[in-house]
Design a protein around this ligand. Structure first.
Ligand SMILES: [Zn+2]
Ligand SMILES: [Zn+2]
Ligand SMILES: [Zn+2]
Length: 145
């Protein structure tokens, strides 16, 4: 891990009132070094020998509550995790962007610049969160062909 990055992760944890543990830093490091969201099976595979499953789930849950990461279910129903933009805070996520699920490599990408348009639904329904998954072929798979 490079030192500057480590400091950034540490201050992110401190800012959120979380203790700096090696396991938390490792999870942050993995999630922020990928250009797509990280699937739960991949994460388990990578940290497998260092962090037990219960600890990993607890870390992910805490990060999600603190507004550090958001969870996206792909078309197969697998959980994927991505680092949030700066506008997310504890219990208030603002991740109303489109997610792209590649049909070929199955990766999930956050399209941060493509916002889900505000929806007007009346009739006593109150929106609490929105998900929009677009699927197709991602740029990496597109280039490979
Ligand atoms: Zn968020
Ligand atoms: Zn792909
Ligand atoms: Zn996202």
């Amino acid at each position: 891990m490079n030192d500057i990055k480590t400091q950034q992760y540490e201050s992110l944890l401190v800012k959120n009132g979380l203790k700096r543990t090696g396991a938390r830093l490792q999870v942050l490091d993995i999630l922020s070094h990928r250009n797509s969201a990280t699937s739960q099976p991949y994460l388990e595979h990578v940290v497998g020998k260092d962090i037990d499953r219960v600890t990993l789930y607890r870390i992910l849950k805490t990060f999600e509550e603190k507004g550090i990461i958001h969870r996206v279910l792909d078309k197969q129903g697998t959980a994927n995790y991505a680092i949030c933009s700066n506008s997310c805070t504890e219990h208030h996520h603002h991740d109303e962007h489109v997610h792209f699920n590649c049909n070929n490599c199955l990766r999930v990408y956050c399209l941060d610049d493509v916002k889900i348009p505000p929806l007007k639904i009346g009739g006593g329904f109150k929106i609490e969160d929105m998900n929009l998954i677009v699927s197709g072929i991602c740029k990496e798979c597109n280039q490979a062909n």
